[in-house]
Design a protein around this ligand. Structure first.
Ligand code: ATR
Length: 276
């Protein structure tokens, strides 16, 4: 019998990662045996750890904070989704040994909203908070989901302008200043792509941002999302969602890329939701 295929998730810290469990749950759906480990690599040792993993027979890796930009940089080839985000959450060893970078974050976010929560984003006015790696990973997918407008607001305006320029769709995607948030009206979709929650910081957002049908979505989950979700509920948002569903969907895309099979995400999501 062949040894099980080897996969891993790289992050720092990584001990609470749900990815090993999600991939094992998916694998069980198909009777696939795989090894999936969590590897804690500090930024200085990330590239060496990745290369050692693949040199040692690893097939694929998920990459999470703070390594997504470094994963993109070290790859030999990059998908369009990775290219436009400038970050990667999936690395795959190609048959010729080269490493391919891909980013499944935006697709996972949109699928979680539109398929799991059954909210049609077409025509929504969208507000994207943040312009770092996480924001770049989802911005194009929101536009592809046919939001009417995408307003990008970042604490440092230069990064928001750079993202809007990279998108190059001035009729729909534009920027506003963080200082003006109280005066820019309300939105149908508000995506928190800042790292404030992870850093334990409060965003101090005005309630006026959340419109009557507002869907507020934090890309993180657990304690990091708690502050934004509490704000969304207090503001009267119709939906206040964390990124747990997105995490499961992004994992499903990686799984399909590696195994050629589409897992059923609902039972895995429901089980994790029961605990988070
Ligand atoms: P990530 O990969 O999580 O996106 P990142 O690329 O470092 O990490 O980007 C972090 C984002 O969160 C940035 O948009 C950052 O704003 P700045 O560009 O002004 O630094 C945003 N951010 C972090 N802490 C924040 C806070 N307390 N308030 C508002 N925005 C914050």
């Amino acid at each position: 019998m062949n040894p099980p295929l080897r996969y891993a998730v790289f992050g720092h810290p990584i001990s609470h990662s749900l990815s090993p469990q999600i991939h094992q749950d998916f694998a069980r759906q198909f009777g696939i045996a795989l090894e999936y480990t969590a590897i804690d690599a500090a930024p200085a040792g990330f590239e060496a750890a990745v290369r050692a993993f693949f040199a040692g027979g690893g097939h694929g890796a998920n990459v999470t904070l703070p390594h997504k930009a470094a994963a993109y940089a070290l790859a030999d080839v990059r998908s369009l989704a990775a290219e436009r985000a400038g970050t990667a959450n999936v690395l795959t060893r190609l048959p010729d040994g080269r490493l391919a970078a891909h980013n499944t974050d935006g697709a996972g976010l949109v699928r979680d909203i539109t398929e799991r929560h059954r909210v049609d984003l077409r025509g929504h006015t969208a507000l994207l908070l943040g312009a770092g790696g996480a924001a770049r990973g989802v911005a194009w997918n929101l536009l592809e989901a046919d939001v009417a407008t995408l307003t990008i607001v970042n604490r440092s305006p230069a990064a928001a302008d750079a993202l809007a320029d990279a998108i190059g769709d001035p009729a729909r995607a534009h920027t506003r200043y963080w200082e003006d948030l109280a005066g820019i009206g309300s939105y149908d979709l508000i995506v928190n792509a800042t790292s404030a929650g992870v850093l334990g910081q409060d965003l101090d957002l005005p309630f006026s941002l959340a419109g009557a049908r507002a869907l507020c979505y934090d890309l993180s989950y657990g304690p990091a999302a708690a502050g934004f979700l509490a704000w969304a509920r207090a503001a009267g948002a119709r939906y206040a969602l964390d990124g747990l569903g997105m995490l499961v969907e992004t994992a499903a895309d990686a799984f399909e890329l590696w195994h050629g099979k589409r897992p059923d995400t609902d039972p895995v999501y429901e089980r994790l939701r029961g605990r988070h």
